[in-house]
Design a protein around this ligand. Sequence first.
Ligand SMILES: NC(=O)c1ccc[n+]([C@@H]2O[C@H](COP(=O)([O-])OP(=O)(O)OC[C@H]3O[C@@H](n4cnc5c(N)ncnc54)[C@H](OP(=O)(O)O)[C@@H]3O)[C@@H](O)[C@H]2O)c1
Length: 257
Amino acid sequence: MDLGLQNKVAVVTGASRGLGLAIAESLAREGCKLAICARGKDGLEAAAEKLEKLGAEVLSLSADITDPDAHGRLIGATVDRFGRLDVLVNSAGGNRRGRFTELDDQAWDEILDLNFKAHVRMTRSAVPHLSRVSGAVLFIASIFGREAGGPGLTAYNSTKSALISLAKIMALELAEHGVRVNSLAPGSIRFPGGSWDRRCLEDPQAMEEFVDRNLPLGRFGRAQEIGDVAAFLCSERASWITGACLNVDGGQSRALF
Ligand SMILES: NC(=O)c1ccc[n+]([C@@H]2O[C@H](COP(=O)([O-])OP(=O)(O)OC[C@H]3O[C@@H](n4cnc5c(N)ncnc54)[C@H](OP(=O)(O)O)[C@@H]3O)[C@@H](O)[C@H]2O)c1
């Protein structure tokens, strides 16, 4: 199936490794031009090289998305370089573990900035430039934005639930402008250097039990399995999907909806 993404322009935040990189790779394979950002310059350069090898034109910008001017710089540079904007994937994010009674204002501010407010700002900057024909925004949330992730995840869960809610309402507001907005909820995805990989290397026995208990397909998800679904959701082949949150989790989540 041709996703119709040839020569479209996509911004992917947090694309130097992990899911963001896999999403950028899937978009590159479909013929997108890419603007990517992350803080670390080395990782970003290595990612840009990988994407160029897949045939993509790449703009990479080292930026901390929690900086209040990062969104303007990234979106501005993208439109200057490529002359258009079709897709924004907000993938950068992180976790802040800690029980509710242990998290102070600073901890909440940091995780809200990284996992939520930075995406609000980035998307606000992007919307005026997004194509009225092929415009698509995707937020990378988590299955733990849809159901309880367990003790120690109040901050993470809250930000991911907020992203799903944001996408739903934005979809209603932007429909009249021809821009679709969705969120994607990954389950546990393992890739070299990622958080699940670290835990598997530290405690293989515990992680084997985790897989047996939680992952019906008997393995962790792979980054490309997120990348390919993200590319589909951002493509014209998903033209009737907006306001949706799609689980990509190998059956891990327990919620009915
Ligand atoms: N992996 C999973 O199993 C899983 C499951 C559910 C949801 N998710 C979500 O998927 C997204 C990606 O997860 P991941 O596992 O791929 O994470 P990851 O391996 O930690 O990669 C995060 C990416 O974001 C960048 N980044 C982090 N903080 C940033 C900041 N302040 N400004 C700009 N870039 C920043 C990182 O580069 P620098 O550090 O160089 O900035 C990196 O490129 C996250 O939103 C995460 O919550 C992941």
